[in-house]
Design a protein. Sequence first.
Length: 215
Amino acid sequence: MSSKLFYIKRPSSLKANAPLLIMAHGYGSDENDLFSFASELPDELFIISLRAPYAMHPFGNAWYAINFDAEKGKWSDNEQAKRSVKIISKFIDYACNTYPVDANNVTLLGFSQGTILSYAVALNYPEKVKNVIALSGYINEDIIPKNINEEAVRHLNFYCSHGSADQVIPVDWARKAPEFLKAHQIKHVYSEYPVGHGVAPQNFFDFKRWLEKHI
């Protein structure tokens, strides 16, 4: 098995059955962005930070195109997004078969577009995921199953957060996530911070504490 995605990694302090953390960056960024958190996260985590598959010019990468035109306004390429969901799903298999990690202890950490993909991977392939840290994103219902098997998703845990002054993804979009998760009896916490489209220091410390309890 091979990986279609470029990635960087930080090995775990454990020699076997390490909890796996997979990072998915936002639109126009790269694998180094979220990886800056790695040195502050628990040593037992095996951390992999992915580069999204679609290169942008002159720099950066995307999980799917975001287009702007007069008729549709701003719209997402959901077919590309669905392909990226499958690619990340297959990458989880690759990582679990390649590295000394616990396939039953996989956490996805996403920011913005990476969060939208992380929600979708967990809800489409719940058997491959344990936890999701969803920073500054939302649930795109066009790329998740129409009917959620509540028995299959019952084990999932979500940490969701958003900036109350986010100028890129409106906070109202993010507020729909806890409503959705509650309706499907999925464990979650949701927090807001007085920032724009980014991760406040307190947000980092809060999700770090949450992660320490759930790995």
